[in-house]
Ligand binder design. Structure first.
Ligand SMILES: [Zn+2]
Length: 212
């Protein structure tokens, strides 16, 4: 299996595809956010350093994140991995190329702003953790406004505010443009249209990451 660097706008279904890759092929999902939180939780010297940086509202340096990713890569001993949330900058992408071998593909989940907004506007969640989407026939609750699982009333999430989401989407595009160009030039970029059925998307990703 090829390793994967995921780049995706919010609401593109990255979590769903990551789960399918984990369950089908045994990928290890490496989220830098999760790694930082885990390092803090261990109470290690590195964890304390990370905590003090984040508590001050600063960004953790590239070197520090690379250190943490490196130790995770050692720990998983050659199992295929998905990198999520990294790299975020051109410098990070270049450093990453020095520490991982060439056996990776960049999967870019493409979703237009209009479609992304439609998705988040239809999102409903239940306090039991199950989520629904009124704009997707397959993800509608059986009974309007009621959870299929537990019968509780469904709610719209606060962070699904459309304006805030639109800003988040624009920031994503601005911040990733340089990465997209970098990986396109390296012939590593695979653009996947995600305005489709999740199984069709998964099939396309699978064809890219399965080694001949
Ligand atoms: Zn429920």
């Amino acid at each position: 299996m090829k390793n994967i660097i995921f780049i995706a706008p919010p609401a593109a279904g990255k979590g769903t595809q990551s789960d399918m890759l984990k369950n089908t092929y045994g990928y290890i999902h490496i989220s830098t956010g999760d790694l930082l939180r885990a390092e803090i939780a261990t109470g290690s010297a590195l964890g304390l350093e990370v905590k003090s940086i984040i508590d001050k509202g600063n960004l953790v340096s590239d070197e520090l994140i690379i250190d943490i990713i490196n130790s995770k890569l050692t720990e998983i001993k050659g199992k295929p991995f998905i990198l999520d949330g990294f790299p975020r900058t051109l410098n990070q992408a270049k450093v990453l190329d020095k520490i991982i071998d060439d056996n990776y593909e960049v999967i870019y989940l493409e979703l237009s702003k209009e479609e992304a907004i439609k998705r988040i506007e239809g999102r409903l969640t239940c306090s039991c953790g199950k989520s629904y989407n009124l704009n997707d026939e397959a993800l509608k609750p059986k009974q309007e406004g009621i959870c299929d699982n537990c019968g509780k009333k469904l709610v719209k999430r606060d962070d699904d505010n459309t304006l805030a989401f639109a800003v988040r989407y624009d920031n994503f595009l601005n911040n990733t443009k340089v990465l997209i160009d970098y990986y396109k030039n390296k012939n590593k970029l695979n653009v996947i249209d995600v305005n489709r059925d999740i199984n069709a998307i998964f099939k396309d990703i699978s064809e890219i990451v399965i080694n001949d």
